[in-house]
Design a protein around this ligand. Sequence first.
Ligand SMILES: [Mn+2]
Length: 421
Amino acid sequence: MKSIRFVHCADLHIDSPFQGISAIDPGLGKMLRHSTYQAFNNIVDLAIREKVDCVLISGDIYDSADKSLRAQLKFRDGLNRLSNEGISTFIVCGNHDPLNGWSATLEWPKNVFPFPGDRVQCWPLQRNGEIIAQIYGISFTKGDISENLALKFPRVDESVPCIGLLHTNIGANTGHMPYSPCTVEDLSTRGMDYWALGHIHAHTILKTSNPAIVYPGCSQSRHPGESGEKGCCLVALESGTDPDIQFIPTDIIRHKSDVMDITNYITIDDVISSIEKKCEEIVTDMGERHAIIRLSLIGRTDLHTELHRGNIVGDILERVREDFEGRTPWIWLEKLTLSTTGTYDLETLRSGNDFIADIISIYDELEDAESESWQEIQGTLAILFSNWQGKNYIEELSKEKLLELARQARGLTLDKLMGTE
Ligand SMILES: [Mn+2]
C-alpha cells in the first residue's frame, strides 16, 4: 500500500448563529459566528503547512440547508487556497447541508470533488499523475436519511489506500439524530482502510485500524454541551502499519463547565475574586483561547444563605462579566449556579429521630439507583420525555444532573426547615 497524508474534518457548521448568546450580547454573538469561519481557516492552514495530499470533509459544512451566500463564499475562499497549493478536497453533505438545500451559482475551484447522493462515487486521488488512493463517498440528498448508506459502499480490494466518506450515526447513538444509521460491522466489511465519518461532534476513534473508523468531531463548539477541545485529524496511511491519527485543535472559542469549592469562604469579595481567578486558570489551561465558562459553586459555607438572597448570583455574574470586559482572550462567564450547603452538620442531623432526619434519608435514598425513590422519580420524569413537547423544552437529565438537583433541593429544604433563611 502506498502512503498518503490527509486532513479529515467534519461538522464545520459554518455561520452557526449562536442564538443564545447573540440575544444577550450581539457583539459577542458576532464574534462567535465568526469563529466557525476561523476554525475552517485553521484547518486550511494546517493542510497547507503539512503539505498533505488531500482534505476530507465529512458533512455539515454549513449550519443549515438555507446557508448564507457569505458562508458559501468564505468556504470557497478556503477551497481556493487549498487548490492553489495543489491540495484536493473531497466533500460529502450531511443532514445540516443536504443536496436538496439551496446552493449559490458559484464556480468552484479545480481539485474539489463533491460526492453525489444517488450512489457511492469513487474519485481517484492522484500525485504526479499516479493514483495514490481511492476515495469513496455518498452525500445526503435530504436532511432526514433513515437508510443505511454504509451498505451502498462496494466491497473493495485495491493496492492503494481506500477511504470512505460518510455522515452517519453509528450503533444507535442516542445522543444524536439517528440519520443514516449503521454499525461498526457494516463499515468493517467493505475493504476500506480508513472511514472518514461525520455527524458526532465529539472526537471519537471507534477503531484504530483494519479499518480505522474515525469521527474528528466538530471544528468549533457551539454550545456548552460541546465542551472541551474541538478540531480535526491529521492522518498518515502507510502500508504495513496502523494509521497514524493525530487530533489537532482548531477551535477559537472553547466551552468549559467546572465546579468551584467555596468551603470556608467568609466574604462575597472572596467569592468574586476566586471566580475570576478560576476563570483565568481555565483560559490558561486552554492555551489562551477565548472561553465561555459555566461554574457551579459547591461546598459548605456560612455564605450559603447570603448567596441565596434575591438576585445576588445574577449580580455576581454581572460584576465578573464587567471585570473581564475588554480582556484578550476574552472570558464570558455564561452561567453561575449555586450548589452550596449551609454550615449545619449533615451527619448530626441524619442521626436524629425527627422529621429532619426523615427528610434527609429520603434524599439519601436517591443516591442509590436501585432504591424505590430513585425508580419513582425516574418513572415520573419519563412521562416528560416521552412526548415531543417535553423534549423541546427540557434537556434530558443525566443521573449526575438529577443528583445535583436533588442535593440543591435538599439544601433548600433544610434552609426552610431550620430557619436559616
Ligand atoms: Mn453536525
